[in-house]
Design a protein around this ligand. Structure first.
Ligand code: PA5
Length: 445
């Protein structure tokens, strides 16, 4: 089984009665989602995306990826939020967080436009100097400030290096199919464009060109990624929600929330999962955190963070539960050897593998945390490969949508993100935001 839901470390907290009580709401949420009658029903394209995607564009993505791989030492992926997290998470999970030092023939891949740090941007500019590079700029709206600023800088750099005509061969834009400033600019300058489908929101877009182009450039098998998601889609179509693990997970996290667990800590014992943790936080945080409601999503890598957050999790405020993604088969393993003198005192581990020790760390921690009042929902992922990851991505996307409907919010909008943007536009003097400017400036401390 690609993904196994293990509820054993949460049973003492989420009882069979709790589950039976919430099931009618889960059934209603599942039905609402599949009938397309709920809030945000204009954004359900991700539901069938693993089978219902633009096959011609998929092939064009592979071709563009090959072109970038053969012409560039570096790919700069420009985007923020849903327009970069999925790609970065998949690349690091499949190829390691150290991708740029072990990339097997692929260009180095760096991410820009996800902050407005001048130091960070200047360092990337310096990295590109004297080297061949390409840019994949990604913005569904085509208007977001952070990527727009970064794109301006790298576009000018490319034009200076290759000339306006030559730069066209190094710029790939992923955006709305008809509207937005990035689309206009791309059409005007003749950049190759890829589409963010109208009915797929940013945080659900990793399996569109948004994620797939950078992922393919990294040398990752995007067919296998889609196949994993497609098989998960079939698996979690089961309307018997009490036996549908995706719905069960959605139910459990809502039971946790109602019983006072306000924080969901997504945990993995693989450092390569760190960016998947970031992706998870965006998916659930932006989907559920509205109308004064929602679990606060956090993430951690264990055992690393047991030496930073571990004390709090074990004995701090009891408002946390964990969702542990444990990978059963690691990419590689190492056996611990015996030392005749046992100088390091580690002979009790001789003959055991590092992955065995990691599993024992997980089991020991799950029991300690359960004893300390922190239950764990465990998702055992079979392998660290494309197929399994595609499956996991679909699992979380669907669980998030079902959870959101159980919670009674629209899991597909993000109205709160606009507030800081409007203030920033006002402070920067963007036309159309003059009214707000004076009021904001008076409040600057
Ligand atoms: O999930 C979302 O919709 C957001 O995180 C967006 O992806 C993010 O704000 C970037 O928006 P855009 O792609 O329009 O630049």
């Amino acid at each position: 089984m690609t993904l196994k839901l293990n509820t054993g470390y949460a049973d003492s907290f989420v009882t069979a009665n709790d589950m039976s009580a919430i099931m009618p709401e889960v059934e209603a949420a599942f039905k609402t989602l599949h009938e397309g009658t709920g809030m945000g029903n204009y954004s359900l394209g991700w539901l069938d995306l693993p089978v219902n995607y633009d096959k011609a564009e998929f092939e064009a993505i592979k071709k563009a990826a090959e072109k970038i791989r053969s012409t560039s030492d570096i790919l700069i992926v420009i985007g923020i939020g849903g327009s970069y997290l999925g790609a970065r998470a998949v690349i690091e999970f499949i190829k390691s967080a150290n991708f740029n030092s072990r990339r097997n023939g692929a260009p180095e891949i760096y991410f820009a436009g996800n902050s407005i740090s001048s130091s960070y941007l200047a360092q990337l500019v310096e990295l590109c100097e004297g080297r061949d590079f390409s840019v994949n700029v990604i913005s569904k709206s085509g208007e977001t400030t952070e990527p727009a600023v970064a794109f301006k800088i790298f576009r000018q750099m490319l034009e200076k290096k290759y000339g306006k005509e030559g730069a066209k061969e190094h710029i790939f834009a992923t955006t709305d199919k008809t509207k937005g400033r990035l689309k206009e600019l791309s059409d005007k300058n003749g950049y190759q464009t890829f589409v963010v489908p109208d009915d797929v929101g940013g945080r659900y877009s990793v399996l569109t060109a948004v994620g797939l182009l950078p992922i393919a450039v990294a040398g990752i098998d995007i067919d296998a990624l889609m196949k994993g998601a497609a098989d998960a889609r079939v698996k979690y179509l089961d309307p018997d929600v009490a036996n549908n693990d995706c719905c069960k997970y959605a139910a459990m996290r809502n039971v946790m929330y109602r019983k006072g667990k306000k924080i969901e800590l997504a945990v993995s014992y693989e450092p390569a999962f760190a960016m998947m943790g970031e992706w998870f936080k965006q998916l659930f945080g932006e989907s559920e955190g509205k109308n004064g409601k929602g679990l606060f999503p956090a993430s951690a890598i264990f055992s690393t963070d047991l030496h930073s957050l571990g004390q709090y999790v074990q004995q701090g405020e009891r408002h946390i539960f964990e969702t542990v993604v444990f990978i059963n088969e690691p990419l590689a393993d190492i056996e611990i050897s015996a030392d005749p003198e046992n100088a390091d005192g580690l002979n009790f581990l001789a003959g055991k593998t590092v992955s065995f020790i990691n599993r024992k760390a997980f089991e020991a921690t799950a029991i300690a945390h359960e004893d300390g009042g922190v239950p764990s929902i465990v998702l055992e992922l079979e392998r660290e490969d494309e197929y399994s990851l595609g499956w996991l991505i679909y699992f979380f996307e669907k669980a998030c949508a079902v959870s959101g409907y159980i919670l009674g919010i629209n899991p597909f909008n993000q109205p709160g993100v606009e507030d800081y943007k409007k203030n920033m536009y006002a402070l920067l003097g963007k036309p159309g935001h003059e009214g707000r400017r004076e009021a904001i400036e008076r409040r600057l401390k």
